[in-house]
Design a binder for this molecule. Sequence first.
Ligand SMILES: Nc1ncnc2c1ncn2[C@@H]1O[C@H](COP(=O)(O)OP(=O)(O)OP(=O)(O)O)[C@@H](O)[C@H]1O
Ligand SMILES: [Mg+2]
Length: 454
Amino acid sequence: MTPARALLVDDEQDILELLRITLSRMGIDCRTAPDLTAARRFLATETFDLCLTDMRLPDGDGIDLVRQIASQFPQLPVAMITAHGSMDSAVAAMKAGAFDFVSKPVDLQVLRRLVEAALRLRAPLVEQGVTQERSVLLGDSPAMVELRRLIAKLARNQAPVYVSGESGTGKELAARLIHLLGPRANAPFVPVNCGAIPPDLVESELFGHRKGAFTGAIADNPGLFKAADGGTLFLDEVAELPLPAQVKLLRVLQEKKVRPVGGQREVPIDVRLISATHRDLAAEVINSRFRKDLFYRINVIELRLPPLRERGGDIPLLAEHFLTRIARQNGQAIPRLSASALAAITRHAFPGNVRELENVLERALALAEGDTLEARDIYLSETLACETAPPIACSWPEEPTVPTVSLEDSLGEIQRQVILRALEENHWNRTAAARHLGMSLRALRYRLTKLGIE
Ligand SMILES: Nc1ncnc2c1ncn2[C@@H]1O[C@H](COP(=O)(O)OP(=O)(O)OP(=O)(O)O)[C@@H](O)[C@H]1O
Ligand SMILES: [Mg+2]
C-alpha cells in the first residue's frame, strides 16, 4: 500500500507541528492547513486517508469541515480536536459525522491509537471489489431484466431521471448504476437526502452560499450542485423539498447555473439530476405540496422499481447474494439456507422490500449456530415497519457523572448505551443500526471495536 496521507487542520502552529511530527513518525504523509480555506483547497485537489481538525478556526468552525467531509468524502475518516472537557463539542462533532475526537491537551498515545484505528478503515482492494459487487442490481425476473436494460440505455443520455418505488426497493442502487454506466462515471456521484436537511438550510446546502450571506455563514460554501459538477446529483426524498427551494431548483435546472445564497454572480454547472422518493409524487402535486412544473422537469424519464412481492422469484438469488456478502464481511463460513428457511422467506410479503430481506438475513446469520440457517433462525415480523423505525430514546446521565469518571469514559458509556439500543431495535443489523444512528457503517464498525462490543 502507498503511504497513508493525513490532512491536519489547526491554527495553533505548535499543535500543528506536534501532530505532524507524531504522524510522520508513524510513516504518514502530512499536509497542514491553518484554516478552513486552506483545508478545503487540499481536499479539492488531493486525496487523504485521514483528517484531524481543530474546532475553532480563524475562518469558521471545524464542524463545518466535518460535515462537508461526511457528505462529500464519506470514505474519509475525520476526527475533531476538542477543547479540554468539552463534552458538547465532542458530541456535536460526532453527530456531524466525525468518527472520533481527541481532547486538548493532546495525549500522544491516545492520538496514535486513534490514527491507527482510522487507517485500519482504509478500504483494501478486496473491499473495493465488494463495493463494485454492491452496485449490481440483481434479479432474473422479467421486471428486473427490463429494468437493467432501461438503465443501460438511459445511462447514456443526460435527461433527468425520476426513480420511484417503495422503501428498500433499490432506488439508490439504481441511481448509482445509471451514474456508473454513463460517461460521468469518473466524476462524483453526490447523494443528498432532502428530508435530512433542515428546511431553512436547504438552499444554502444545495446551491451554496457566500460568506456573510446570513448569520452563521462564516465562510463560502460551494454547495452540493457544485460538488457534483461534471457528475450526478442524486436528490433522494425529493418530495421533502420545501416549496421555495423547489422554485429555485427549477430555475437551476432550466438555466444550468446556480446562484449561491448571497452571491452576485451565477455559476455555470454541469450536473445530471436523478431524483427519488418513496412517496407518490403525482399525488403530492395534486395536493399542492410539490410544484407541477418541477415535477415535469425532473420526471423526464421515470424508472419504477417493483416491490419485492411482485418478483418473489428473485428472492432465492438475492438471499444467496446477501448471505455470501455478509458472511464474507464477517469472516464467517457461507451458510446454507435450509428448504424450510427458504420456504419461510419466499412466503413473506416483505413490506420493507430488498432492504428488509437483507436485514432479516443479517440478523439470522448473527444468531444462527452451525452452517445451515433453519426456519427458526429467520425472524419475520408482520408488524416490522422497516420504513419508520421509532427514534431511539437516548438516556443521558441525569446528574453530572461522579468526579472520578473521566469525560472519555462517560461519553463511552453513553455511546455504548445508544449503540446497543440501536442494534437491539434493528435486530442486530449493523447496517440498519448505523443508518438509524445517522453514521456510516464504517464509523459504527470502528466504534464497536473501540467499545469492545462484539
Ligand atoms: N436488485 C438488488 N440487488 C441487490 N441488492 C439490492 C437490490 N435492490 C436493493 N438492494 C440492496 O437493498 C438495500 C436497499 O436498497 P436502496 O438503498 O437502493 O433502496 P431504496 O429504494 O433507496 O430505499 P429507501 O427508500 O429506504 O431509501 C441496499 O443495501 C441495496 O444494496
Ligand atoms: Mg434510498
